[in-house]
Design a protein around this ligand. Structure first.
Ligand SMILES: Nc1nc2c(ncn2[C@@H]2O[C@H](COP(=O)(O)OP(=O)(O)OP(=O)(O)O)[C@@H](O)[C@H]2O)c(=O)[nH]1
Ligand SMILES: [Mg+2]
Length: 440
């Protein structure tokens, strides 16, 4: 997701970092590229206009604070603005009843299952129920998901969606359930009958959350529909599904400004674990090509002892990692599941992933290259000269050019993290940092 933006933003800001003197002209050029990238990614036109205007006001003619170079100051401003546009601070899902609404086929039922899985994994007490009586298969679909996740599925012999919702809430209260997730029926278009049904359910159960489930691939249209739902139901958040199928992801940047409600989760695949909480700061980092070390560390903690993951995240964030660490990281990542999603979280890698179907073999090759180095070479890659490169290439069954590529990516990654580090002081990992910059 968001590969297009990551690529374009990285390239625009890269150029900026490389110019020796930061003129207004260079800044304007970068802003023009960013503007085009946003429009191309299908971000709402007014949102783009406001974004560029705001960044320009803050940087043109301004004096960067003493701890930042002019280019870093621009990057930092763009980052702040991105985070703001994406919604600012993350808002957690409120305890209580959550109603999931949206058009047909956008992923409501799947999302109920995924959300139940996510909350259940966090040790929360969850139950689900379906008010979708239009299709007999709909109830069964959710029932199966609930069984798969291992959370209670509430069923009642009722013909009225409102009654089912009411009874489910009552039972959830009796059973001390913290999160009750209610699935609803979808329609092909916004239609009066559906809206009335949803309004009635809402009135009957007074949910803490009304989440609009939108298919990200529908782009701007999804937003228009969301607005219609918002007017009738008062949405509290949005779930963007099928982000895995959409490299543009402009909707993610438009929702907050256009609707005034935050994106709370994104669906990134068809499997039950493919739902991610939406963190504006982390997404902003990813768009800037800085990776998402926090999410990586969290995922790592699920399969790797916490202290080990923490040590690794600290090393990366401070730019103090060597090739031994990189190899260790590659190994951890291979334990963690779908590579393309995880790789996108590594600094400097995201932008390269556009249209690349991650080839796990490629990954093995990188590991083979590092394996063929001596421990000393791994700790101090600077000593790797041509004859060593030839030896490493032979040993790993690769070429000198491939060895060069690995070394180059490593150096770039390290330099970038160091730079950001200098801009903001040592972040505490992984609990505190949202970004390797300290707010001013
Ligand atoms: N690739 C991908 N597919 C998704 C995602 N979320 C949902 N889907 C797929 O979208 C299809 C429709 O999902 P449902 O959950 O049945 O949609 P719904 O909104 O409940 O549909 P109705 O009940 O008919 O209104 C299914 O094939 C899901 O697997 C996602 O994040 N990524
Ligand atoms: Mg459904």
């Amino acid at each position: 997701m968001l590969e297009l933006l990551t690529e374009k933003f990285s390239s625009a800001l890269d150029k900026l970092t490389k110019t020796r003197k930061l003129t207004d002209r260079a800044v304007n050029q970068a802003l023009r590229e960013i503007r085009l990238a946003l429009l191309e990614a299908d971000v709402d036109y007014d949102v783009v206009k406001e974004f560029i205007k705001s960044v320009r006001q803050k940087v043109v003619g301004a004096k960067p604070p003493p701890n930042l170079t002019p280019a870093e100051f621009v990057i930092k401003t763009v980052y702040d603005e991105l985070k703001e546009t994406l919604g600012g601070e993350r808002e957690e899902l409120k305890k209580g009843t959550t109603l999931l609404v949206g058009l047909q086929g956008t992923g409501k039922t799947t999302t109920v299952g995924k959300l139940a899985y996510l909350l259940n994994k966090q040790g929360k007490k969850v139950a689900v129920a379906s008010t979708d009586l239009r299709r007999p298969a709909a109830v069964l679909q959710l029932k199966k998901l609930a069984q798969q996740v291992g959370v209670p599925f509430y069923e009642f012999d009722e013909k009225e969606p409102t009654e089912i919702a009411r009874k489910a809430v009552k039972r959830a209260g009796e059973e001390g359930v913290e999160y009750l997730l209610l699935d609803t029926a979808g329609r092909l278009h916004v239609d009066e009958e559906l809206m009335r049904e949803l309004e009635e359910i809402k009135r009957a159960v007074e949910p803490e959350e009304v989440l609009y489930v939108a298919d990200a691939m529908q782009g701007q249209t999804a937003l228009e529909t969301a607005r219609a739902f918002h007017e009738r139901l008062g949405l509290t958040g949005v779930v963007l599904t099928k982000m895995d199928g959409d490299a543009r992801g402009g909707v993610a940047l438009s929702v907050r400004k256009v609707l005034g409600v935050p994106v709370k989760f994104v669906g990134v695949g068809e499997r039950i674990e493919d739902l991610e909480p939406f963190y504006p700061d982390r997404v902003a980092q990813r768009i800037l090509g800085l990776g998402d070390v926090q999410s990586l560390a969290e995922k790592a903690q699920e399969v790797i002892p916490e202290d080990q993951a923490q040590v690794m995240a600290t090393k990366v964030l401070t730019g103090e990692f060597d090739l031994e660490d990189l190899r260790e990281m590659l190994r951890m990542i291979q334990k963690m599941g779908p590579l393309d999603k995880l790789l996108a979280m590594i600094p400097g890698v995201g932008a390269q992933l556009k249209n690349v179907k991650v080839d796990e073999k490629q990954f093995k090759r990188i590991e083979a290259i590092i394996n063929s180095m001596t421990p000393e070479e791994r700790r101090n890659p600077k000593i790797i000269n041509l004859s060593r490169k030839k030896r490493i290439a032979r040993g790993s069954g690769t070429t000198v050019s491939e060895v060069n590529k690995v070394l180059k990516r490593y150096e770039e990654m390290k330099k970038l993290m160091r730079k950001l580090q200098r801009a903001g002081g040592v972040p505490q990992v992984p609990k505190l940092p949202r970004f390797p910059f300290r707010p001013f």
